[in-house]
Design a protein around this ligand. Structure first.
Ligand SMILES: Nc1ncnc2c1ncn2[C@@H]1O[C@H](COP(=O)(O)OP(=O)(O)OP(=O)(O)O)[C@@H](O)[C@H]1O
Ligand SMILES: [Mg+2]
Ligand SMILES: [Zn+2]
Length: 260
């Protein structure tokens, strides 16, 4: 609870912050402790990522390419959190291959914002879209519809693995609606995806089994639809996660463990 006699915020719990012509509200010291504890409690960060932070994001020293790119990505994400809420664009989009640390950095950013006093929630894209799809069945419970409301209303939304769910017209409309609503209202979105985008990653090819034909991988626009992709770029600082190795594989986080 804010201190009603606080001379800094006048008892509102928030102070106005101005930087570089941009302004926003920042949590006042008088209400920090109680607020940030409650925020963490409600954030739905999966147990597997509860320990992650900027401090335990390692920059590889044995690979110059990965060192430069991941170092750059870490700086960009840290910069966003430091400037927040006086940021030019209210979102962050982390694009890169599997195991490059996208979810790690996205959660670290979310946690840092919770720490600053903002409310936010973590949603896995597939389970969010599945819950929303099911919620439109007549017999489904209100708790499923609640997920949609939460994804629209949360001041900060972390949408992990954008595009990792089978696409239907309904799913495309839903994700477009969520992104457009956040974009129009300047609400923060932190998204991760491993889908390629020609403007960021260039075209990525893969070999199609069994014909061994080289084909272009499906792009972000092809999967989530061009409208959602366009809004996403409008509202987000784009961070490319470019590592040459999958951190899970490199550090032996493979399940099941390979037989010796
Ligand atoms: N640079 C790093 N330093 C420390 N831990 C890392 C780093 N990169 C990844 N990890 C850890 O490796 C695991 C995989 O990383 P993460 O889940 O963030 O990858 P991702 O890019 O989201 O992959 P995917 O596309 O498969 O979702 C996590 O446990 C994460 O904490
Ligand atoms: Mg991930
Ligand atoms: Zn105060």
């Amino acid at each position: 609870m804010p201190d009603e006699n606080c001379t800094i915020c006048g008892g509102t719990g928030w102070k106005i912050l101005e930087r570089g012509g941009l302004s926003g509200a920042e949590l006042c010291e008088c209400s920090r402790t109680s607020r940030t504890a409650a925020n963490k409690e409600n954030s739905r960060i999966p147990p597997k990522y509860q320990h992650v932070s900027f401090d335990n994001f390692k920059i590889p020293q044995d690979n110059a390419h990965a060192r430069e790119h991941l170092g750059q990505a870490l700086l960009q994400v840290r910069g966003f959190v430091r400037e927040y809420p006086a940021v030019d664009k209210p979102g962050l989009l982390l694009i890169g291959e599997n195991g490059t640390g996208k979810t790690h950095l996205a959660v670290a950013a979310l946690k840092a914002l919770l720490e600053k006093g903002y409310e936010g929630v973590f949603f896995d894209y597939a389970s969010l879209l599945q819950r929303i799809t099911q919620s439109f069945d007549v017999a489904s419970g209100a708790s499923l519809r609640e997920a949609y409301r939460e994804a629209l209303e949360a001041p900060v939304l972390l949408l992990d693995e954008l595009g990792a769910y089978k696409m239907t017209e309904f799913v495309e409309d839903t994700i477009t609606a969520i992104i457009t609503d956040r974009c129009n209202n300047g609400k923060t979105l932190i998204a991760t995806t491993n889908l390629p985008d020609p403007n960021v990653t260039g075209t990525i090819f893969q070999y199609n089994d069994p014909s061994r034909m080289k084909i272009a991988r499906r792009t972000l626009a092809e999967v989530i639809g061009p409208r959602a992709r366009s809004r996403l770029f409008e509202m987000c600082r784009v961070v490319q996660m470019n590592a040459t190795e999958d951190y899970r594989v490199k550090t032996g986080q493979v399940y099941p463990k390979p037989q010796k």
